[in-house]
Design a protein around this ligand. Structure first.
Ligand SMILES: [Zn+2]
Length: 302
């Protein structure tokens, strides 16, 4: 069956003019169209028939091979390709836009924070400008950071723009189609707790999302309700991301000692938390944003 199919295929390629078809005694199934004339050189172009077996199945006009006709054919082919490329690019952009919409939905970034971009970050002091540069560089060089698995560790006082910069990184990367989740530690834990009441979602499935997303931004680390469960859950997320070399960005209002204390449940040994915080810092650019609260200065949120 396959063999005869292959034989027929090779015969399909056989092309003849009407004169040849008649000379060879082929059965002609339909009348050929009129002769064509090359619009450039005036050459008469007899139509060609497609031969299958001993029958001429289909006629089509032949193309002239003169220089101008070939150039015109090339130009048309280039035009068609450009149009095809343009449509493909349009489709790609449409898909990217949809993907960005989905990513933004899944990112956990609240509406208010979606407006915090690099463009609207105030850079009026040396500290703010430097912090901007570090964060912007991180976003701009994302491919390298993803490769190396290194993150950003942003510590500092209240209202200095830590969350703004973290959200700006998230928004820039999501705009490129990179999956990012940006949530407070408390929201992450609350999200995982939902699995306790859910029949179709297991706890590990939600935890897995946080372990695997390309970039996880944990905002305001240290503000979680500190329990054995919450700490081992966060520990397991950070640790798996560290071992899989997936970048994590942290923002926290605490210095290292206070953060370790805040994350260690009362009466527990702090070894694990200490290890994970020092690993996070080791694999991250540490950025300290400590100055007067801008929300007090300017009387409004930044
Ligand atoms: Zn011609």
């Amino acid at each position: 069956m396959q063999d005869s199919g292959r034989r027929e295929d090779s015969r399909v390629n056989n092309v003849v003019t009407l004169a040849e078809a008649m000379r060879r005694g082929y059965i002609i199934r339909s009348n050929p169209p009129e002769d064509g004339v090359c619009e450039f050189c005036g050459k008469v172009l007899p139509p060609c028939g497609l031969v299958l077996g001993n029958e001429v199945m289909l006629w089509r006009n032949t193309k002239c091979t003169c220089e101008k006709a070939r150039a015109e054919a090339d130009r048309k082919a280039r035009e068609e390709k450009a149009e095809k490329d343009r449509l493909a690019e349009e489709e790609r952009q449409r898909e990217l836009k949809q993907r960005i919409g989905r990513l933004l939905n899944d990112s956990g970034i609240k509406k208010r924070f979606q407006k915090r971009t690099f463009d609207n970050f105030r850079r009026d002091t040396t500290g703010r400008n430097y912090s901007y540069m570090v964060a912007k560089r991180y976003a701009d060089n994302w491919d390298q950071h993803r490769e190396r698995g290194d993150g950003l560790y942003i510590e500092g006082t209240n209202g200095t723009g830590k969350t703004h910069l973290a959200a700006a990184i998230a928004m820039q990367l999501i705009g490129r189609g990179v999956p990012v989740i940006c949530k407070t530690g408390s929201d992450i834990l609350m999200d995982i707790k939902r699995a306790f009441d859910s029949t179709d979602l297991q706890e590990y499935q939600i935890v897995d999302i946080y372990k695997r997303v390309d970039l996880l931004i944990v905002d305001d680390l240290g503000k979680e309700q500190c329990s054995d469960w919450s700490m081992s859950t966060l520990y397991s997320i950070f640790n798996d991301r560290y071992e899989d070399m997936r970048p994590t960005i942290i923002t926290t209002n605490y210095n290292t000692d206070c953060l370790i204390e805040a994350l260690t449940p009362h009466g527990y040994d702090n070894t694990k938390i200490l290890a994970i915080i020092s690993r996070l810092r080791e694999t991250s650019t540490v950025l300290t944003m400590a100055w007067e609260d801008a929300r007090i200065d300017a009387g409004g949120p930044r």
